[in-house]
Design a protein around this ligand. Structure first.
Ligand code: SF4
Ligand code: SF4
Length: 446
């Protein structure tokens, strides 16, 4: 077995309780389709798609219901067959409502052929792979939701020599990728090989934290005899699955500030994204479902394969309901999860988990003055100085924060987690990054 690699800094959240993964890690994935789905048009980074169906239309599974807009645009597909019962804005996990198409499921699961299946990933026309990825509406399924075909847009003078599949799943509570690697290991390798062939890349690395030895074993078996594919175990440490941390751990290369993985000749894809690529290329199936971990204070913590657009309330119901009065519901794990204003929020292509917290767990803590212990500096995987940045952000000194590289912060939460003074470090950095981005847009007149 090659060395278990890692990166500088990081933390071990919920280490004593196995990162909170124990309730679902051994639970096989269960299929679930709700009575109704509400499919957001803005599930990917980039302009939201434009609905191309209207109330009363009958749609089939895989039918395009949203047309792409702009360079980062992606089509959106119906995740069930049935009748369109609404087209309009709905509440989202963000501050603003999002346009969505709501479909009443007829449970006929009738597919429409929207994509041309390309067949065997080793033999298909490699020039058709990236268009297939775009037409299937695939975006990053690990949380970032960046349109996948755009990652493959290699500019003049650039090249990619390594594709890394992110199977780290370093976030607390989540086991969706773990189960995918156990149950669909060959699909993941097929997706990786398709991605490698699309760009003539010779090396593909599937990187997995060492708290998932069964997944390492399953992926090794699936990778046997597949050209250029290897499995790299990584030390269990958060945020091991961060793009820059993963690249450094696997290749030893540092992505410079304000640069992208392709600048160090690497593309990183989530293992779920790779499986979706295989579904699109081999079977001509668009991205209409995903595995989501539903855990915390629900009666039956589970891994569900949900249709895109399923409401949080429905997945909680499928898991037996709440086991106590929820204090907070988050999409995502404890470190980067986003709190939801209610459980009437539809899940997207990027939502790998729903975690329900009790009122006691959700109770806000008091922020106290910094004691200059330096722990936040030690754990920051980017090498930032969080305690100094916090003073600049609190003073609304955007220029000073930018000069101290706040835009490089990956909002991983490690500094907030370790801070004995319970300083609200990460939320403050996120807020400042948003302000700087908004100012830049205003300057460009956007
Ligand atoms: S400053 Fe940003 S990148 Fe560094 S530990 Fe804090 S949240 Fe993570
Ligand atoms: S960890 Fe908290 S208390 Fe310690 S230096 Fe950083 S901000 Fe200050």
């Amino acid at each position: 077995m090659p060395d278990k690699k890692t990166f500088r800094g990081g933390v071990h959240p919920l280490h004593r309780s196995h990162e909170g993964k124990a309730p679902t890690r051994d639970k096989p994935v269960r299929e679930y389709a709700a009575d109704t789905v509400t499919i957001l048009m803005g599930m990917h980074l980039g302009a939201p798609s434009t609905p191309c169906v209207k109330k009363g239309d009958l749609v089939k599974m895989g039918q395009v219901i949203g047309e792409p807009v702009g360079f980062l645009g992606l089509p959106v597909h119906a995740s069930v067959s049935g009748e369109v019962v609404d087209v309009g804005p709905v509440q989202t996990v963000g501050a603003v409502p999002g346009m969505a198409v709501t479909i009443k499921n007829d449970f006929a699961d009738e597919w429409v052929d929207t994509l041309e299946p390309l067949g065997n990933v080793e033999k298909c026309d490699k020039d058709k792979i990236v268009p297939a990825i775009k037409n299937a509406g695939i975006c990053g399924m690990g949380g970032a939701s960046f349109p996948t075909h755009v990652k493959f847009a290699v500019k003049e003078g650039q090249y990619c020599d390594t594709i890394i599949l992110n199977g780290a799943e370093c976030e607390t509570h989540l086991t969706a990728d773990h189960r995918l690697m156990l149950e669909h290991s060959v699909r993941i390798v097929d997706g990786l090989r398709a991605a490698m062939r699309a760009l003539d890349v010779k090396k593909g690395v599937i990187a997995i934290e060492d708290n998932k030895p069964d997944a390492i074993e399953a992926m090794r078996k699936a990778a046997e005899g597949r050209l250029g594919v290897e499995v790299q175990p990584l030390r269990t440490k958060y945020p091991q699955g961060g793009e820059k941390q993963l690249i450094h751990a696997v290749t030893g290369r540092q992505v410079p500030t304000k640069k992208l993985p392709l600048d160090v000749h690497v593309i990183v894809l989530n293992v779920g994204t790779a499986a979706a690529i295989a579904d699109a290329v081999i079977d001509g199936k668009p991205l209409i479902s995903r595995i989501t971990t539903v855990t915390g204070h629900v009666k039956q913590p589970s891994n569900l394969r949900i249709r895109i657009g399923t409401m949080i309330a429905d997945v909680v119901g499928e898991c037996g309901g709440y086991s106590l009065e929820p204090g907070k519901i988050c999409v995502g794990g404890a470190m980067t999860g986003l709190p939801c204003p209610s459980d009437l929020i539809p899940l997207t292509k990027a939502n790998n988990g729903v975690v329900v917290y009790s009122e006691a767990e959700a109770a806000a803590t008091e922020e106290t003055p910094c004691i200059r212990c330096g722990r936040c500096v030690e754990v920051c995987p980017i090498g930032l100085n969080p305690y100094k940045l916090k003073y600049l952000c609190d003073a609304d000194d955007l220029k000073g924060a930018e000069e101290n590289n706040v835009m490089d912060c990956v909002v991983c939460g490690s500094c907030s987690y370790i801070c004995p003074a319970r300083r609200f470090l990460t939320p403050s950095f996120k807020n400042t990054k948003d302000k700087i981005t908004l100012e830049a847009k205003k300057r460009k007149g956007q």
